[in-house]
Design a protein around this ligand. Sequence first.
Ligand code: ADP
Ligand code: MG
Length: 241
Amino acid sequence: MAEMVLEVTGVVKRFGGFTALDGVDFAVRPGERVGLIGPNGSGKSTLVNCIAGTLRNEEGRVRFEGRDIHAYPAHRRIRLGLARSFQIPKPFGSMSVLDNLCVPLLYAAREGARRGQVADEANHILRQVGLHEKAHAMSGGLTQVDMRKLELARAMAAKPKLLMSDEAMAGLSTSEVDDILELLMGLKAQGVAVIMIEHVMRAVMKFSERIAVLVAGRKIADGDPQTVVGNAEVVKAYLGE
Ligand code: ADP
Ligand code: MG
């Protein structure tokens, strides 16, 4: 078990008297592609927030590469290699696509990195996500799918070992979903583990080597995709939504 990139054990998160996460265990191997699914309000984004450090869990542990990161603020977790993309993209609209990427790159850069190197790296990532032709466009004018790509590019700029993608495909067309899917699948070659939170089941099934299911703050299933989607409890949770 020492080989996990992420290990969440017994995590409890409460909002006032409401328990959003009720003792969640969840682990991810290096380079693994995991789908995290569950009905709206089941606690998926809350779990991502507890892992990213934007929320603090009241109980339980989050370990990253074997290290307990409970005391680490979000920015330190990013530097360790934990990245996330937001459900609602938050680029700076009045900055160019390229500059939007240079900001996290400069932030992640080791001391002494030169601006030229940062721009080269930004262009490399933009090519990877298919935004290189729009490098000098203003981010505020991007289409929805390009906005999602920029959001993922920004997460990749932190050179993560684990990337959490929270509903990056919501509201996109079939071909746009395939674009994002291909992008996320490609990260495996770079050794990046990905947790994909998604409602588009076709995408989840294609993407995931393993699927975990949250319902009302509890993990009710975790295993190989075919077995999990055939699980009676999982079927009931979705039909009952
Ligand atoms: P999901 O991402 O699976 O749709 P969330 O993690 O966003 O679910 O939310 C889980 C539950 O926690 C929901 O009932 C939601 O209303 C509640 N919740 C999430 N964030 C907060 C918050 N900051 N304050 C109070 N309740 C919250
Ligand atoms: Mg959510």
